[in-house]
Design a protein around this ligand. Structure first.
Ligand code: BG6
Ligand code: MG
Length: 226
C-alpha cells in the first residue's frame, strides 16, 4: 500500500483549471487584441504563472519589458482571483471528497503539489486545509512542472520517499513531473498525450482507492521497490 498521495489542485481537486485560461484570454484581449487558440490551454496547464505568460507572449510573438511582464502577471492574477470570488466546497470536483475520505481511512498522508501560488487560499475556500498534511510551496522550488521539484518537495514534506507515493494530475507537464520524481503517475482526463501516466482515469469521479492500490502494486513490482 502506498503511504502518500500528492495532489495537483486545479483540475484535480477543484474545477478551477479553465478559469486560468479564461483569465489569460481576457488579458490577451485587453492588451494585444488577440484571441488565444485552444491548444494554448493545454500548454499552460500545470505550468507556473510566469512560464505560462512566456508561452503566450511567444505565441503572440511579442516581447515586453520586465516591468510590463510583472504588470501582466499581476493583472492576470487579478482577473483569475475575481473569477474565484464565489469559490466554495461546491467547486470540489466529483468523487474527490469520497476519494480523500478513503485515503484518510487508510492512513494515507496527503500533500498538495500545485504550481499555484493561490493554492493555500483556494484550499481554504474549499474547506480542505485541515485535510492536507502538507502543502508544498511552489515559490520555494527551483523549477516548475514539468520538472519534478514540487512533487519531490511534497513527498519530503510528508517524510516519505517519492516511490511510496502516488501523484495525481490533469496536465501533461504535471504527469511528466510525477513520473520523473519517482512517484506513481496517475492522470485524470482523456488527453492522448498522457504517455508517462501509469494509469489514467477519464474523470475524477472514477478515482477510487481499490483501483489505485492495485495499480500501485503493479508499479511497485515493475520498479522493484523494496
Ligand atoms: C496550475 C495551473 O495549477 O497553477 C496553471 O494549471 C497556472 O494554469 C499555475 O498557471 C499557477 O497558478 P497561479 O495561481 O500561481 O497563477
Ligand atoms: Mg492541474
Amino acid at each position: 500500500m502506498f503511504k502518500g498521495a500528492l495532489f495537483d489542485l486545479d483540475g484535480v481537486i477543484a474545477d478551477t483549471s479553465s478559469l486560468h485560461f479564461q483569465a489569460w484570454q481576457k488579458l490577451a484581449n485587453n492588451y494585444f487584441a488577440a484571441e488565444l487558440p485552444d491548444y494554448l490551454e493545454e500548454q499552460t496547464k500545470g505550468v507556473s504563472r510566469g512560464d505560462s505568460l512566456q508561452i503566450i507572449l511567444d505565441h503572440l510573438d511579442v516581447g515586453v519589458s520586465d516591468s510590463m511582464f510583472q504588470q501582466l502577471l499581476l493583472e492576470k492574477n487579478e482577473l483569475y482571483l475575481a473569477s474565484l470570488k464565489n469559490l466554495s466546497p461546491k467547486n470540489i470536483l466529483p468523487g474527490i471528497s469520497e476519494f480523500i475520505a478513503e485515503l484518510k481511512e487508510n492512513e494515507v498522508k496527503l500533500a498538495l503539489a500545485s504550481a499555484s501560488l493561490n493554492g493555500p487560499a483556494i484550499l481554504d475556500k474549499l474547506q480542505l486545509t485541515d485535510t492536507f498534511d502538507a502543502i508544498a510551496d511552489p515559490s520555494k522550488v527551483a523549477q516548475g512542472k514539468p520538472a519534478p521539484d514540487i512533487f519531490l518537495a511534497a513527498a519530503k514534506a510528508l517524510d516519505l520517499e517519492p516511490a511510496e507515493c502516488v501523484g495525481i494530475e490533469d496536465s501533461i507537464a504535471g504527469i511528466t513531473a510525477i513520473s520523473v520524481s519517482g512517484a506513481l503517475p496517475i492522470a485524470i482526463g482523456t488527453n492522448a498525450e498522457f504517455k508517462a501516466a501509469f494509469k489514467t482515469f477519464a474523470k475524477t469521479a472514477e478515482l477510487n482507492l481499490a483501483d489505485v492500490r492495485a495499480v500501485y502494486d503493479i508499479f511497485k513490482k515493475e520498479h522493484a521497490i523494496w
